[in-house]
Write a protein that binds this ligand. Structure first.
Ligand SMILES: [Ca+2]
Ligand SMILES: [Ca+2]
Length: 252
């Protein structure tokens, strides 16, 4: 089995779950790993519940003013909106909107997708997201790579990712996230490469634009005919301001 295909299959699946669900939703300058980007060590699910409770029970509470440039505040509000099936709020906090959520006849489908997004999003632990790459148009947060071996049969890593776009005002909007992004290979090596070496090759993202080198170069891709190559050493291959690993999630 082609491991990359498996990985891509997983990514596409999540894309369907998230992107299909609701995403009613200039140049790279800084590559700045930050020790801790999170303002709280609480799991985001707890924060969402607190947010939901505070907004539903007491509009006049003394909660701090919402900061639309803070990725965790935006994501928390976004997930709370998904949980509450609040399409208006979700639209405001998203870069793009799923067709299912633009069609009243598909409301049940839209709500189901919101539920999926909430269930996935609440697994996110802000404290794990130690890398931040951003410029005037986008922001990507990533976790460290975390070993995720499955018994003795496979060797793997997980690495969570969250992608935001920025309005001209600097306000963040959610584009994509996946706390369970994973790469797996057989624990039994079938080549001169060790499983670890294979994994490093699969996971490499040389230009730190959120799109793996193998995807950029259309190497080992499930549908090579439709794969569009981008530059693995350049964040914004086509010069339109969007990084390759951001633009790949836009609806066509
Ligand atoms: Ca890349
Ligand atoms: Ca690139």
């Amino acid at each position: 089995m082609n491991n990359k295909n498996f990985v891509l299959g997983a990514i596409v699946l999540v894309l369907i779950i998230i992107g299909g669900g609701l995403y009613l939703f200039n140049q790279p300058q800084n590559i700045s790993p930050t020790p801790s980007l999170a303002t709280s060590t609480a799991p985001i699910a707890d924060v969402i519940d607190n947010f939901t409770n505070s907004t539903s029970t007491s509009a006049s509470s003394t909660t701090t003013v919402f900061n639309s440039r803070d990725p965790w505040q935006v994501l928390t509000k976004y997930l709370a909106a998904a949980k509450a099936h609040d399409l208006k709020a979700l639209t405001d906090l998203s870069y793009q909107t799923s067709p299912a959520c633009k069609d009243l006849k598909q409301q049940a489908n839209c709500f189901a997708r919101m539920d999926s997004v909430y269930q996935l999003g609440k697994m996110i632990k802000p404290i794990d997201y130690i890398s931040k790459w951003e410029d005037g148009k986008q922001m990507i947060l990533e976790t460290a790579t975390i070993a995720d071996n499955h018994g003795t049969t496979s060797v793997g890593y997980k690495q969570g990712i969250i992608v935001f776009t920025k309005k001209a005002s600097g306000d963040l909007q959610v584009l994509y996230f996946n706390p369970n992004n994973g790469w797996y290979v057989s624990a039994v090596s079938d080549s001169s490469l060790t499983p670890e070496e294979k994994l490093r090759g699969l996971m490499a993202d040389t230009d730190q634009d959120g799109k793996d080198d193998q995807v950029e170069t259309c190497t080992n891709q499930p549908d090579p005919a439709s794969c569009i190559k981008t530059d693995p050493n350049k964040r914004d291959s086509n010069g339109n301001g969007w990084w390759d690993g951001v633009e790949m999630y836009f609806y066509k």
